[in-house]
Design a protein around this ligand. Structure first.
Ligand code: PHB
Length: 389
């Protein structure tokens, strides 16, 4: 073969490979709890992803996106997640890994993302350290320190001098406990008690009694939303903590729209800090909420649905930038520093940490047109995860 022929042959071969590659769909392996105690997480994240595709189409950077969905019920056993992620990479040959409802699943899959060089888009799991566990992780949800520092500052500025903390005994609970303590004591507040409750089947009665006996100005809580949160709120009411003058403050995980109607009126007056509220006043959110109810009339849009919607936006925007390449380094480089307007407000990906930068809003739970809503009344702009500092 002459050098000329080699060149032509190579070029033709390359073109062939290129067009075959361009026509290939991008396979996205989704790992979410779709059944069991945290099934609502998977449902909401999937709703958000599907809504994004329904509004913007399924082709980005010249490639169609396809999903392979795996249920990691209960979402708290990393062993299940590890096995599912291995299956997705080896058998299903996915290009991207995405979803991750709870922290243990993200922690378990991170080493595989690094080893297999797969971009990993975290759409909910919110322990600060998750993004440090692989250079290929990008997060579109939030972190607990990011949502805790603003409510701790608010408490210190609003006459709360003593706080008892109660958190779920795993990553996000530990993060929120540490950040609350740090911010609140730096502002002159005092922590008068702290307790960590099991993630599954906690009995809140002894904790509630202890809190009542300690008589703090307020209790700060973080629990992953679900049946336990509803049980906690019921116990708080039944044991008369509010009547004893003890206020309740938390991150917005507590009055999550997905469980807010089940909590009912005992949520009225609750002050929380969070990155998303169904009641957020912006044209983007109005459009999101209207589209959500049209597609899913039985559910309420919540922060997890927005984590999925924005996660899909991130994938779409990155594929458009890379011309469809899912190479892990190219994908993550393209994600760094990206900014857009989400239903929650302006957001971006911090180029240094690959974590989300967003406004955190202070809200009060009120009835609006007969419906319980988290009404925003103050905000901290473009807030980075303080857990990384
Ligand atoms: C988590 O497991 O990381 C998690 C779950 C639910 C939340 C927040 C964090 O609301």
């Amino acid at each position: 073969m002459t050098p000329m022929k080699t060149l032509v042959g190579l070029a033709a071969g390359a073109a062939l490979t290129m067009s075959a590659w361009a026509a290939d769909p991008v396979k996205i392996g989704l790992i979410l709890p779709m059944s069991g105690p945290f099934a609502a997480y998977g449902k909401q994240i999937e709703h958000g992803i599907k809504l994004y595709i329904a509004q913007h189409g399924d082709t980005y950077g010249g490639r169609k996106v396809e999903f392979v969905l795996k249920d990691d019920n209960p979402g708290t056993s990393g062993d299940i997640d590890k096995r599912l992620a291995q299956e997705l990479v080896v058998k299903d040959k996915v290009d991207l890994l995405a979803g991750f409802g709870l922290t243990p699943s993200a922690f378990a899959v991170a080493p595989l993302a690094t080893e297999a060089r797969k971009p990993m888009i975290v759409m909910n799991a919110a322990t600060s350290a998750i993004t440090t566990k692989s250079p290929y992780i990008v997060r579109t949800s939030m972190t607990l320190p990011q949502n805790t520092a603003p409510i701790a500052s608010w408490a210190a500025k609003n006459g709360i001098k003593t706080v008892f903390t109660l958190v779920a005994d795993y990553g996000p609970g530990h993060d929120s406990e540490a950040q609350f303590k740090k911010t609140f004591t730096a502002a002159g507040g005092q922590i008068v008690g702290e307790v960590r409750a099991p993630v599954k089947n906690p009995d809140f009665a002894p904790y509630l009694q202890k809190i009542k006996d300690t008589k703090p100005d307020a209790v700060f809580i973080f629990l992953p939303p679900g049946a336990e949160t509803i049980a906690f709120m019921k116990g708080f009411k039944e044991r008369g903590l509010a009547q004893a003058g003890i206020r309740l403050i938390s991150t917005g995980d507590l009055p999550d729209e997905d469980i807010l109607d089940a909590i009912g009126d005992s949520a009225l007056g609750l002050i929380t800090s969070f990155h998303y509220s169904e009641a957020h006043k912006s044209p983007e959110n109005q459009a999101y909420v209207a589209a959500y109810y049209k597609a899913y009339p039985k559910d309420r849009p919540n922060f997890m649905s927005v984590g999925g919607y924005d996660g899909m936006h991130l994938i779409a925007a990155v594929l458009n930038k890379t011309g469809g390449s899912t190479d892990a380094d190219k994908f993550v480089d393209a994600a760094k520093g990206i900014k857009w307007t989400s239903p929650r407000g302006p957001i971006g990906i911090d180029p240094e940490t690959r974590d989300i930068v967003q406004n955190i809003y202070i809200r009060k739970t009120e009835r609006v047109d007969g419906k319980l809503q988290n009404v925003e009344f103050d905000q901290v702009d473009n807030f980075k995860d303080p857990g990384k500092q």
